[in-house]
Design a protein around this ligand. Structure first.
Ligand code: NAD
Length: 286
């Protein structure tokens, strides 16, 4: 164990890390991050891994109970934030500033799944609702994160969660695919604008991560009787080249830590696909 006098002692206690080897993973010491959709699923795993790597994390979500419990367990702050409301997002970003005086990382990850519908029967109110969260939520978050990063002179990292559904057809509902493809376009244009200031902007595109959202999606398309275990098995068999292995939330979180950290210091305007090779395999068949 490290001697109690080490300058990293309080960090280790805050992150509940007990082995010296953990230093190898402390890639975000002192960084300040906002994670939208951080109360569960991919966002929660990423908020946890950010904190374990030494970051101060603001979790912004609408699931107040689980967000608060998670924040307390990892030394983070929680704020109620509906990303479809610009003022909520601005408040979440401002919390980072009032708490730690800067913002280094935005993980803009909040999202909802779409409902199954033929293009001819689309319910436009549902489309607008999904776009207000999955697409405009990212616009709100990037806008306000960029403002404060530019104001603080931070060479920050902005990461948005797109999806395999943003680059391929047939995987999800029309409005969901629309929103995820839109995020990719937004990411690229913002990367062009902010690169001159040293701010990196990237996407991650997961595929088939068995979270609440994915299980609900499978139930919608394949029947309510599907259990989470069956979803994991099916995704492993059909959604990955890795011998039946489905992605975990930690697989995605590690990619987000990489893009957030200085290890990815020359990577911007990039979409990092985390899919066990699934989209490459489909592309090679065509
Ligand atoms: P999830 O449902 O477990 O998590 C989504 C989180 O976003 C929840 O905490 C939820 O409360 C929050 N959220 C929803 N609406 C919100 C709003 N209006 N304001 C703030 N927070 C809101 O699902 P997940 O799989 O962890 O999804 C995280 C992201 O990953 C989403 O953007 C999703 O589209 C994307 N994604 C997931 C998969 C997958 O296979 N699970 C694949 C590709 C992309």
């Amino acid at each position: 164990p490290m001697p109690a006098s080490t300058p990293f002692d309080s960090l280790l206690r805050r992150c509940k890390i007990s082995t010296p080897n953990a230093f190898a993973f402390c890639r975000m010491i002192g960084k300040v991050a906002v994670v939208t959709g951080g109360a569960r699923g991919i966002g929660a795993a990423t908020a946890k891994l950010f904190a374990e790597n030494g970051a101060y994390v603001v979790i912004a979500d609408i699931l107040d109970d689980s967000g608060t419990v998670l924040a307390e367990s990892i030394g983070a702050r929680y704020i109620h934030c509906d990303v479809s409301k610009e003022s909520d997002v601005e408040s979440a970003i401002q919390l980072a500033i009032t708490w730690k005086g800067k913002l280094d990382i935005l993980f803009s990850n909040a999202g909802i799944g779409g409902t199954a519908s033929s293009i001819t029967n689309l319910d436009m109110e549902k489309v607008k609702h999904l776009i207000s969260i999955n697409l405009l939520g990212n616009v709100h978050a990037i806008k306000h994160a960029a403002r404060v990063m530019l104001g603080c002179g931070t060479k920050g990292s902005i990461i948005c969660t797109s999806s395999s559904a943003g680059i391929m057809g047939g995987l999800a509902s029309h409005p969901y695919s629309l929103s995820k493809a839109g995020i990719l376009g937004l990411m690229r244009t913002v990367a062009c604008e902010l690169g001159v200031h040293g701010i990196r902007v990237n996407c991650i595109s997961p595929h088939g991560v068995p979270t609440d959202m994915l299980v609900s999606g499978y139930r919608m398309f394949r029947g309510d009787e599907m259990t989470p275990e069956q979803v994991v098995k099916l995704v492993g068999e059909q959604g990955s080249l890795l011998r039946g292995k489905a992605a975990t939330v930690e697989d995605v979180a590690r990619a987000a830590v990489f893009l957030a950290s200085d290890d990815a210091g020359f990577i911007t305007g990039h979409n990092l696909i985390i899919d066990g090779g699934y989209t490459s395999a489909i592309a090679s068949l065509s």
